[in-house]
Design a protein around this ligand. Sequence first.
Ligand SMILES: [Zn+2]
Length: 242
Amino acid sequence: MPLYRDEAIVLRTHKLGEADRIITLLTRHHGRVRAVARGVRRTSSRWGSRLEPFTHVDLMIAEGRTLDVITQADTLTPFHGDLGNDYERYTAGTAMLETAERLATEDKQPALQQFLLLVGGLRAMASRQHTAGQILDSYLLRSMAVAGYAPSFDHCTRCGEPGPHRWLNPSAGGVLCSDCRLPGSATPAAETIAVLGALLAGDWPAVEAAEPRHLKEASGVVAAYVAWHLERGLRSLAYVER
Ligand SMILES: [Zn+2]
């Protein structure tokens, strides 16, 4: 079997047979990959802990006819150790892993930008640079943008008229001017729309300066945006306290 080497974040695992697991990965060079790890559920397994969700690993993988097989795994960053004992960061991180898996819609389609965003987001989560909610919201907006669902919080999403605009509609992809506004559009505080733009741009000084109520309102908008664009929404987002 031909072998390849790649670096990955473990997104999810599930049981296969008596002792094996199928590991879902987001890799640097091959996009989303599902591969079998043989024997990892045996207590004598040398590498079971290296293939837990959140772990950043260096892998050797053998290409199989149906499923690839992991032949070697070395831990690069044990993010699960940093997140596993902090409920808030763990649930926010889990929503990030689910988003990454959902946005990489096809196996083995390279998704380098998604990989880099996820590694950066998990690193920020583990190092407690910002609150868990701020990191998650910024990650969700940016990963949606990379996937082709870039929201606009400045120009009107329909006619391009420069903002700021008052009306906001997740189904339309962001803010709308008074000519283009759709029935049922929300009218969040102007500060909330500004903080959404800062979260999308990764403008942390502006995010940190925002008031809690505007950050909270922004989280609601992000959740609605994700729910609209990802069919069935995100299951794990329900566990994130807002
Ligand atoms: Zn317009």
